[in-house]
Ligand binder design. Structure first.
Ligand SMILES: [Zn+2]
Length: 131
């Protein structure tokens, strides 16, 4: 039996990051459909599972690889966006972030230094702000 499964899986694409993502979305849809009795979510979860298995059992490696690369490209952008936002909000605890009034360059000033004159490192405009 094990040998038959190995024989069947020979040359198949298998699981990848996009497959894992689709599986997670399918499970979330399944839970939503069970809780809210939503037929749309139930249908969507079944379709996602079919797509997941289709991709795993596919023998067209180059196509599946290209799809996964496309997914990684976009998911990387989304993850990078949220990491940048998280970094920004963590900095707000210790720094004020001001924009230069003339060139809109962001300038990071440590908190708790009182009213200070800030010189823009890009255009050298001076402005006064509370830190
Ligand atoms: Zn400036």
């Amino acid at each position: 039996m094990k040998q038959k499964i190995q024989q069947f899986m020979l040359g198949r694409y298998g699981a990848d990051q996009l497959g894992q993502f689709l599986l997670i979305i399918a499970i979330i849809c399944m839970v939503i459909s069970m809780v809210f009795h939503s037929r749309v979510c139930n249908l969507l979860s079944v379709l996602l599972l079919i797509l997941c298995y289709y991709r795993m059992l596919s023998k067209n490696h180059s196509r599946r690889y290209a799809e996964n690369m496309q997914y990684l490209k976009y998911s990387g952008k989304v993850i990078g966006f949220f990491k940048a936002k998280k970094r920004y909000f963590l900095q707000l605890k210790d720094y004020h972030i001001y924009k230069c009034p003339s060139c809109k360059q962001k300038i990071r000033i440590p908190r708790g230094k009182g009213r200070i004159s800030i010189s823009c490192p890009k255009c050298h405009t001076e402005f006064i702000k509370k830190s």
